[in-house]
Design a protein around this ligand. Structure first.
Ligand code: LLP
Length: 415
């Protein structure tokens, strides 16, 4: 069910007309639906059901503290990849005991902080990281619970930049090497082996790559059991895709049922790190048409949102639907929707059939994940505001940046 719907010829989010939001708060603006976030998270929690485990929302997808707070109140755990994300979760009231810490480049300081607040588990991505974690834990007089992120060498069948489970990727530890690294972990002070983890990529639209990865992890778990190493949880990462255009990703329920069927009666808690499938279709990016510039080669519609607001089209040739907030009658033309940034790659959509007039407001759909979090100040453009709609209420959950915000911490030199 979508919470972004058309009513009497206009686009709404929950019970609020998006044009009212664009007029009151200005554009570009990220707008999220509380009901959508809630529903997408609960789909995971309910599909997990009574099976022991945790749904650890991948903070990188959308890290606004209001959204983290909502998820924390629903009982979510969190998957973090930096000290900054750890602070966000704690600030938002997240439970440290429900945090897993992923990422290939954790620093000693980040490890120490995570140990002190008592996170659930470190997803260790390399042998030197394991050695450092052991040293940091000993220095703190604490024990780090770990799982190794193994690289099962399966092709996720997704865009190469967001595919992570192949041998050639920088992530995780080669699955063939994993038993030796687990043996080493078993010897190290300050380390307690707890799980096995993998994350094979993002925006997966089919089950087989997940199931192939699971088969390989289960073989590894059996192999470790023979060596006296007990694995208590299995973390399958994130990666479940969403519909941007016509993709038909598996439903969370079907995904989880397929996994549970393979796991059978093994005594394994199940962990997940979904990001996109919770956030993407819970948000849109509102933008206004500044100028229409038809040329011989293309019809350009210059809009006030740019690659600094949403880099996905420029970076991955990602396709996101672009809808007028109040569709106009008339003959549609093909438009390239381009931003004000001085780069040819600055577009949010190409060849879109639309009826456009200068001043029209548009929504870039499915923008709740990897939208604001990947935004930047390139071209000294202030980052957009973020708004959360709850029924007929609109809450400002992040103010639009000011010029002063943008130059905070910069200094001119005296001579
Ligand atoms: N766990 C780990 C270890 C990850 O690296 C990621 C995403 C996730 C979980 C969450 O994956 P999801 O459920 O969102 O697929 N910026 C790209 C996506 C990069 C994903 C990075 N890792 C995009 O906009 O498509």
């Amino acid at each position: 069910m979508s919470f972004f719907t058309e009513r009497s010829g206009e686009l709404y989010v929950e019970d609020v007309r998006l044009n009212d939001i664009a007029e009151k708060y200005g554009t570009p603006a990220y707008v999220y639906s509380r009901a959508a976030f809630t529903q997408h998270y609960l789909a995971y929690a309910q599909a997990l059901g009574q099976h022991p485990g945790m749904i650890c929302y991948a903070v990188k997808a959308n890290s606004n503290i209001a959204l983290l707070n909502l998820l924390a109140r629903l009982g979510a755990g969190f998957d973090i990849v930096s000290g900054g994300e750890l602070e966000r979760v704690l600030t938002a009231g997240g439970d440290p005991k429900r945090i897993v810490f992923s990422g290939v480049g954790k620093t000693a300081q980040e490890m120490a902080k995570a140990l002190k607040v008592g996170i659930y588990c470190f997803n260790v991505e390399s042998e030197p990281e394991l050695e450092l974690l052991s040293r940091v834990a000993q220095a703190e007089g604490l024990t780090a619970r770990i799982s190794l992120r193994v690289n099962p060498d399966v092709d996720a069948g997704t865009h190469p930049y967001i595919s992570t489970g192949l041998k050639e990727n920088k992530f995780g530890i080669d699955i063939d090497r994993a038993p030796a690294v687990y043996r080493r972990a078993a010897e190290l002070s300050g380390i307690e082996i707890h799980g096995v983890d993998c994350h094979i990529g993002s925006q997966l639209t089919e089950l087989p790559p997940f199931l192939d990865a699971l088969d390989r992890l289960l073989l590894l778990i059996d192999n470790l059991a023979e060596q006296g190493i007990t694995i208590r949880h299995l973390d399958l990462g994130g990666g479940l895709g969403v519909t941007y255009k016509d993709e038909q990703p598996p439903a969370v329920n079907d995904y989880m049922d397929a996994l549970k069927a393979k796991i059978g009666d093994r005594d394994l808690a199940l962990m997940f790190e979904p990001g996109r499938s919770i956030a993407a279709n819970a948000g849109v990016l509102l933008t206004k048409v500044l100028f229409l510039k038809p040329t011989e080669a293309h019809n350009f519609a210059i809009i006030d949102a740019a690659m600094n607001d949403n880099i996905r089209p420029a970076l991955y040739q990602a396709w996101q639907e672009i809808r007028p907030l109040k569709p106009r009658p008339g003959k549609a033309q093909r438009w390239d929707l381009v931003g004000p940034v001085c780069e040819t790659g600055d577009f949010l959509g190409k060849d879109r059939e639309l009826v456009l007039v200068e001043g029209d407001n548009l929504a870039v759909m499915s923008a709740g994940a990897y939208g604001f979090t990947m935004s930047s100040n390139y071209n000294t453009r202030a980052r957009a505001c973020e708004l959360l709609v709850d029924g007929d209420q609109v809450h400002i959950i992040r103010e639009r940046e000011s010029f002063v915000d943008m130059i905070r911490g910069e200094h001119v030199i005296e001579q």
